[in-house]
Design a protein. Structure first.
Length: 84
């Protein structure tokens, strides 16, 4: 069995803006993404016309650099800026 990528599972420090959405850190990147998707689904923030786009509420706008709609691929890049 291949060894798990330890860099991917390493707990990361979370910015205050991101912590508003996913909770206090540190947590691994995989857990951050899981929590963001849970938040998006709980608050019904997927674009009904195109489920790959996320409609940001005020908390997510802070994470997405002020953008009101991003693609799920853009989201990953924007979230990375809030992890260290």
């Amino acid at each position: 069995m291949p060894k798990a990528n330890s860099a991917f599972m390493k707990p990361m420090t979370i910015s205050p803006e991101l912590a508003e959405v996913v909770g206090k850190g540190p947590m691994p990147r995989s857990e951050v993404v899981k929590e963001i998707w849970a938040y998006i689904k709980k608050n019904d923030l997927q674009n009904p016309a195109n489920k790959r786009n996320i409609l940001a509420d005020d908390k997510l706008k802070a994470v997405f650099g002020g953008k009101s709609e991003v693609t799920m691929f853009e989201m990953t890049k924007l979230v990375s800026a809030h992890l260290s």
